[in-house]
Design a protein around this ligand. Sequence first.
Ligand code: IMP
Ligand code: MG
Length: 180
Amino acid sequence: MLEKGLGRVLLSQDQLQDIVARLGREITEEYKGSDKDLIVIGLLRGSFLFMADLVRQIKLPMTVDFLTVSSYGDETVSSGDVKVIMDLDETITDCDVLVVEDIIDTGNTFSKVIRMLKSRQPASLKICTLLNKPSRREVEIPIDFCGQNIPDEFVCGYGLDYAQQYRNVPYIGIYTDPLD
Ligand code: IMP
Ligand code: MG
């Protein structure tokens, strides 16, 4: 039985687990020769479940930190504005930084986050996103590790919300307005 408001499953728990395991292997391979400190940064709130699963699949020493920015009200369309709600605790200068995002849609929010983080002069900065909606892109984002490209649908679950709901749903489903 699907949650009310979710029309169909896009990615099941098993599919998510396979995607996260593959990303963990790719990331481990990428950084295993580096002599820099690895810091993995999750963008809250959407990435919290993905981040928790992903870091356990990265077989390297690391620190984790979180950043909260906001771009949306309770809308399904991006406003294009970004505001830092909670900044990092750690200094990222001269570290290998991996930024972990739930979904890259227009890219407007994320491009501003990247610019801000780059200004702190990390040794390297790479991007990992669970989901990518390439058809919606307005700003080019160089994604280094991508879980899955998805069509232009609004998705919820596994950390992603609609009006702050559905984050605890263990799979990713397509949102369909119950009133439609
Ligand atoms: P962008 O700035 O348009 O790339 O928006 C990125 C942010 O919008 C993501 O981090 C999500 O929080 C949110 N977002 C975009 N598409 C979806 C979706 O399909 N479901 C849930 N959140 C989304
Ligand atoms: Mg987000």
